[in-house]
Design a protein around this ligand. Sequence first.
Ligand SMILES: Nc1ncnc2c1ncn2[C@@H]1O[C@H](COP(=O)(O)OP(=O)(O)OP(=O)(O)O)[C@@H](O)[C@H]1O
Ligand SMILES: [Mg+2]
Length: 396
Amino acid sequence: MQLAAILLSHDEEFRRQAAQLLQGGGVPVGILDPRRIAPESSAGPDLALIDLRHDSAAGLNHIERLRAAHPTLAIFAVASVADPDLILQAMRAGANEFFTWPGADASPQTVLSFDESFHGAVRRAASRREATHAGTRPPSVSLVFFGAKGGAGTTTLSVNCAVELARLTKRPAVIVDLKASLGEVALFLGVRPRFTVLDGIENLHRLDRDFLKELVAKHKSGLDILGGSEQFDRPGAQDAGAIEELLRVLAKVYDFVVVDAGNFVNSCALAAFHAADTIFLVTNPDVPSIRNAQRMVDRVRQLGAGSERVRVVLNRFAEHLMIGPKQIETALGYPIHQVFTSDYRTVSTALNSGVPLALTNHSDISSQFDAFTRQIISPSPVTPEPERKRRFLGLR
Ligand SMILES: Nc1ncnc2c1ncn2[C@@H]1O[C@H](COP(=O)(O)OP(=O)(O)OP(=O)(O)O)[C@@H](O)[C@H]1O
Ligand SMILES: [Mg+2]
């Protein structure tokens, strides 16, 4: 479940850096644009970051007002120095956390430990939020599938995952096709949606539960489908903010939001990464796919979308291949979360008959799918931290 954050600062560069920092940890964080708040998200932010560096009086004022309006809001105050008086005032005004922003001359060690304690505070804010909402409804889970290259199986895996989640849990689930120009999600599911993602983002101002019901197409598994745009260049860069808001609204209505984000890192894919609890990076066991996957893991990290949330999925694996999972893990410096074997007959029969892969009789791929979706529904308590070391094996 994404945390909704607001940033209060007059300094644009600070807002940019703070957004990157907020979004770079293990918890998905959306930055709210106060001008673009849909009815379903009117519940307000979960976290506010207040800049006290230049005008501490105004900042303290903001903290007081926010605290009065939102008793459970996590308020982070940021100053340039750890002045004990200011810390005390900020805490009295209602801040939960106080941070000293590292200056341009800060050592890498200082920056690293600052990042760590900041991300720790974001995690605490997320657990507090969960505790507050406990008992109301399970937190929504957003899963984004992204291909290391075209044809890797991104649509196949996202569609089957979404159908399985809807079928097994009987809870509200939606799949969103973010690809520009006729993505294949609806086609794979054998439905013909009347509306698309574009209708969603063009009607953000009235996008509530009832309106959403009109926009989505229904699959017999119970899954809702928000179909792909038919325009070649949309959703494009100009739509990224709206996509982020759309995904936020969907997370308020659905327990599972599955996104087929295609295989281009554009601003819409990035918006999806920001909303994602988990980003499944789909790769194949061939050198170009692995090289791209490697670059993607780096890129996601660079973009600050939180590489802790990336899980590598190896699709179309076969025993006789030259490159094995272990070698791929070494090359990526990342563990493989799930392997799906190559089985064109089962995959295409499932597709043509509309039977989800998990139900195809006794195939390897059906048990792999079963394990994959069950892990999403009830994650094992310890998820190992991705390993950061890597060796290259001549893949660059
Ligand atoms: N595990 C698998 N074994 C065999 N064939 C597979 C497997 N997964 C997917 N395929 C096949 O590979 C082709 C491409 O799959 P799919 O459309 O899901 O990929 P994609 O990454 O979404 O492609 P695109 O870049 O066009 O969006 C399809 O014909 C699909 O049936
Ligand atoms: Mg596809």
